[in-house]
Write a protein that binds this ligand. Sequence first.
Ligand code: CA
Length: 220
Amino acid sequence: MSRILIAEDEDRIARFIDKGLRANSFTTTVVRDGHSARDHALSGAFDLLVLDIGLPGLDGYAVLRDLREARNALPVIILTARDGVRDTVAGLEGGADDYMTKPFRFEELLARVRLRLRTAPGAVAEPTLLSIDGLSLDLRTRRAQTGDRTVDLSAREFALLELLLRHPGQVLSREQMLDHVWGFDFDPGSNVVDVYIRQLRRKIGADRITTVRGMGYRCG
Ligand code: CA
């Protein structure tokens, strides 16, 4: 199990990341200022750092610089505002492994987290195929297969089905799916999840996804 340090002072975003990573079986710790971020990162208790640039006390660049000066190779994913991209490129040169601009969808962050953990020294390989009862998703080719039929899915349909298949037999709420596939800036009252579930059912078979009244959806 990987331990992830989240350094983010904005409550809503910190909760969004924390909740999503926990739902995907990561162990998380949230810190809200740069000094705590640096101290926790240097403690050796974490496998990856998600680092906001605009932190109080010490900004993300200073945290990163201190880590690398201390010869600490902890993988770091920087979070930055859209208009800070130019600075972020400087951050990458300063030793970050990757960056994300806000707002972002959770699955984008998750993909980067998984990638960084996979390529880190001592990493354990992730499965590349998810399957339940003859329905399978190949995470490398991004293709779905049901029986011997290959199904074309859009990026969002794929992300939604991947989420369901990663939690077989578990009911996922609309909110979880919205957070994961669409991101934290999406209107929680939207029916987009239901629309996508309907599309998925049309493509992979209606009985693959079960509606659990008042709660959400389940696969497997
Ligand atoms: Ca901030």
